[in-house]
Ligand binder design. Structure first.
Ligand code: BES
Ligand code: MN
Ligand code: ZN
Length: 498
């Protein structure tokens, strides 16, 4: 695992052997780039012309041992022609920059940030650093051969040259906490399921006490006493006992109502008695990505000392088939009294969330609740890997989440709810059943959850397509993306802080 150490300084001649310079369209240079080009007797402009470098957004060109410059490597990265880059573009640019630095394999590099027409804003410099951190993440804990690997553990010292370096440093402090939260979420999702059961997951969550987060862990007897029969029904097929974790960050006014995040934490989903096919089942180690995102966002809020009261709830179970497992046909009573006919034991996430949501809302009376869950394969059919499904009973919360998605690049797409869909989960023998058939599978799953949230403003994010196995991007080269951490941190920062 690579670890990056950032410093921000005013523009000057790079003191490292490796440097990255951003350029405009067709390799257009700003003041610092022009000075470097002059020092190298025009070597940058010659290279741009020789390689026909267009400076397209995120594209790169490497100059090795550039004559006249005191550098072993100078990489150019394009900013494109667009006048204003969006915030998420600056983060992705950081990813592209980190890609160049990693290729150079050096342990120190200078990033020269400027626009052809002037300075880069300090927040944008911090966004670039955030993108670099996210790009540098790799999950190599279980690679036994490390020393000679490209991805070997190493520290890289990065100097970012930007106009207002003091304000960039400030802006970076908060971004660093967010990057750490994303990396934590990715680690949890990437961990193999033998290592990370409900108990072990809860232990990882407990480590957030170091950041000042209050952590409560409830075991089986407590969950039984609280009447969480829907959650326990899922857990009963596994020898590993369930856990419900409550994370509390009190950065806001004393007594002020908290914001709330609830995560599906199925540490492995075999499907239970309605067992899944073998092909690809290993991916179900990531069925706790919702809970991982909740841990990540709580770490981010605490790490940057957000002025908000926030509660995170993790429903941690393993869905296994054994002699004690739940059967199709079983009827269980959820904590709120709703009786549920189990049609398919593979529709387990909604059972876990039903009790977790009801308990959390009743106990904490939050301003709003957002749940995150790798809930349905159907959402991947509907939206692919590029948007999470958003379901909500509240237009304002929906709009805030959509805007946070645009700002961070963690995109959400609102899907419908309504009484006609709700009918599809009516049961002949119980109040509701746990599947509503193949059509609109993500919607009927959301209708199921809606039965447990009452009037509280609520949004459900189905992250099955975005949290894991999504295509590689400038800012993520690992199987798990950590989706949701930046989105929810942003939701809080823009609307619920201070
Ligand atoms: N964890 C799965 C959903 C999932 C599928 C997540 C693919 C990530 C990738 C969930 O528990 C599940 O099995 N859902 C079923 C519901 C069905 C039985 C109604 C599904 O999507 O097939
Ligand atoms: Mn399932
Ligand atoms: Zn599942």
């Amino acid at each position: 695992m690579t670890s990056l150490n950032f410093d921000f300084t005013a523009p000057a001649t790079p003191a490292t052997r490796s440097a990255v310079l951003v350029t405009g369209a067709d390799g257009a240079l700003g003041t610092a780039g022009d000075a470097l080009d002059k020092a190298g007797e025009g070597i940058i402009r010659r290279a741009v012309a020789a390689a026909r470098f267009k400076g397209k957004l995120f594209s790169g060109l490497d100059l090795v041992t550039p004559t006249g410059l005191d550098l072993d490597r100078l990489s150019l990265v394009g900013l494109g022609a667009a006048g204003e880059l969006k915030e998420s573009d600056w983060v992705r640019l950081g990813g592209a920059v980190m890609g160049r630095v990693a290729e150079g394999k050096s342990d120190a590099a200078t990033i020269v940030l400027e626009l052809p027409q002037g300075a880069v804003a300090p927040e944008q410099a911090a966004d670039v650093a955030l993108g670099m951190m996210l790009r540098s993440y790799s999950f190599d804990r279980y690679k036994s051969k490390k020393a000679d690997d490209d991805d070997a553990t190493k520290d890289i010292a990065l100097t970012v040259m930007v106009g207002d370096d003091a304000r960039a440093k400030e802006a970076w402090a908060a971004r660093k906490a967010i990057a750490d939260g994303v990396k934590l979420a990715r680690d949890l999702v990437n961990e193999p399921p033998n290592v990370l059961g409900p108990v072990e997951f809860a232990e990882r969550a407990l480590q957030l006490v170091d950041l000042g987060v209050g952590v409560e862990v409830l075991g089986e007897p407590e969950l039984a006493a609280l009447g969480m029969r829907a959650l326990l029904g899922v857990a009963q097929g596994s020898p590993r006992p369930p856990r419900l974790v409550i994370l509390k960050w009190n950065g806001g006014d004393e007594g002020a109502k908290p914001v709330m995040f609830v995560g599906k934490g199925v540490v492995f989903d075999t499907g239970g008695i309605s067992i899944k096919p073998a092909a690809g089942m290993e991916d179900m180690k990531g069925d706790m990505a919702g809970a991982a995102a909740v841990v990540g966002v709580m770490a981010a809020l605490a790490g940057r000392k957000a002025k908000v009261n926030a509660v995170g709830i993790l429903g941690l179970v393993e869905n296994m088939p054994d002699g004690n497992a739940q059967r199709p046909g079983d009827i269980v009573a959820a904590r709120n009294g709703t009786t549920i006919e189990i049609i398919n034991t593979d529709a387990e996430g909604r059972l876990v969330l039903a009790d977790a949501l009801h308990y959390a809302i009743e106990r904490f009376e939050p301003r709003f609740v957002v749940d995150l869950a790798t809930l349905t394969g159907a959402i991947i059919v509907a939206l692919g890997n590029h948007h999470a499904g958003l379901f909500s009973n509240d237009d304002a919360l929906s709009a805030q989440l959509s805007a946070a998605g645009q700002a961070t690049g963690e995109l959400v797409w609102r899907m419908p709810l309504g009484p006609d869909y709700d009918k599809l989960i009516e049961s002949k023998v119980a109040d509701i059943k746990n599947t509503g058939g193949r059509y609109g599978g993500s919607i009927t799953a959301a209708q199921f959850l809606k039965r447990f949230v009452g009037e509280t403003p609520w949004a459900h994010l189905d992250i099955a397509g975005t949290a894991m196995g999504s295509p590689q991007t400038e800012i993520n080269r690992s199987w798990s993306s950590g989706f949701g951490v930046r989105l929810l941190d942003r939701l809080v920062a823009d609307h619920y802080e201070g």
